[in-house]
Design a protein around this ligand. Structure first.
Ligand code: PMV
Length: 312
């Protein structure tokens, strides 16, 4: 038996603008997905998860689209290690699905570690590469940023041309994550932003420049561990996201409710639905959660996870 877990993630700053070359800042959060794998004598792959269950022969495939990364990993490892038999996997998740919190990347990272661990101990970098390959079976154009932060944990800056850099500072901010419960299609919202850009080239370029400056400021405030300043930058980032048309009334309402008690809030991920993150002082987290709950908003407190992938 081989067991591994990986954290989910939030985008602290820079979503959408990252598609056009601006840097983004991502952080792993202390909500995890755990995958347990074992080899079985029969030539079958069996996958059990909250998204569905599937059992099929090695010549067949799963009919549950979301389970394709796990099928890919099991088949790849069976071939690589000439395993005579099959693999059974169980996926347990603490991360809401389809709302931009990295559930599919965390699952790919945990599954890559769990399945490869049945045969050999891979390095974290090897596991991350394998997880990105697996995630491409469902998100062809993934940048790999999510799998990277889910593997290594902590806070990373990511730029299209410049790759990844994990910050050496480990401030432990208190985040509040509110789920609008509206699942979003990242592809559709990215296409909507492209349309906005086509019609507003100058405004968009100006926003990209402003976002780049904001990211530099955010990096400095992460280093100094200043939640108040980061909250103000989140509010500013949200204004840029509004201007490119990815916010909506239900997200703005959540931002208003979390406003008193937190230092600032913004969309995390593609927008259109999905989640809002807020940053607060530890002592105010309870009251912000209370206000959100009274508003009927599903929410939870999160800390930044600095461990990343763990194997057992
Ligand atoms: O909602 P998510 O976690 O899929 O985030 C999308 C982030 C975008 O910047 C909107 C797209 C991208 O590929 O970076």
């Amino acid at each position: 038996m081989s067991k591994a877990s990986a954290p989910g993630k939030v985008i602290l700053f820079g979503e959408h603008f990252v598609v056009y070359g601006v840097k983004a800042i991502l952080a792993a959060i202390d909500r995890r997905i755990t995958v347990t794998s074992q080899t079985v004598g029969d030539s079958v792959i069996e996958i059990r998860s909250d998204l569905g269950a599937s059992k099929f022969g090695l010549e067949e495939g799963t009919d549950v689209a979301e389970l394709r990364p796990f099928e890919f990993l099991a088949k790849k490892m069976i071939k690589e290690f000439a395993h005579r038999g099959g693999i059974k996997m169980e996926i347990e998740s603490e991360i809401p699905h389809g709302v931009g919190l990295g559930s599919s990347s965390a699952a790919c990272v945990a599954a890559a570690a769990s399945v490869s661990g049945l045969f050999e101990k891979y390095s974290k970098s090897q596991i991350c590469e394998l997880a990105i390959e697996a995630e491409k079976t469902i998100f062809e154009s993934t940048s790999g940023a999510d799998c990277t932060v889910c593997t290594h944990g902590g806070i990373i800056t990511y730029g299209k041309g410049s790759g990844f850099e994990r910050t050496e500072f480990e401030p432990n901010f208190s985040l509040i994550i509110s789920n609008s419960a509206v699942t979003h299609s990242t592809d559709k919202i990215v296409a909507k932003v492209a349309e906005f850009r086509d019609g507003n080239v100058e405004t968009f370029d100006q926003l990209c420049r402003k976002e780049s400056e904001l990211i530099e400021g955010a990096k400095a405030e992460i280093k100094s561990g200043n939640p108040q300043a980061l909250g103000a930058l989140m509010g500013q980032n949200q204004e840029y996201l509004r201007q490119i048309g990815v916010s909506n009334e239900s997200l703005e309402q959540i931002i208003r409710v979390s406003g008193s008690g937190s230092h600032g809030s913004k969309i995390t991920g593609a927008g259109g639905g999905g989640c809002i993150i807020s940053i607060a002082d530890e002592g105010s987290v309870g009251s912000v959660l209370g206000s959100l709950e009274r508003n009927g908003t599903e929410c939870f407190a999160a800390k930044i996870d600095y461990s990343g992938l763990e194997t057992f």
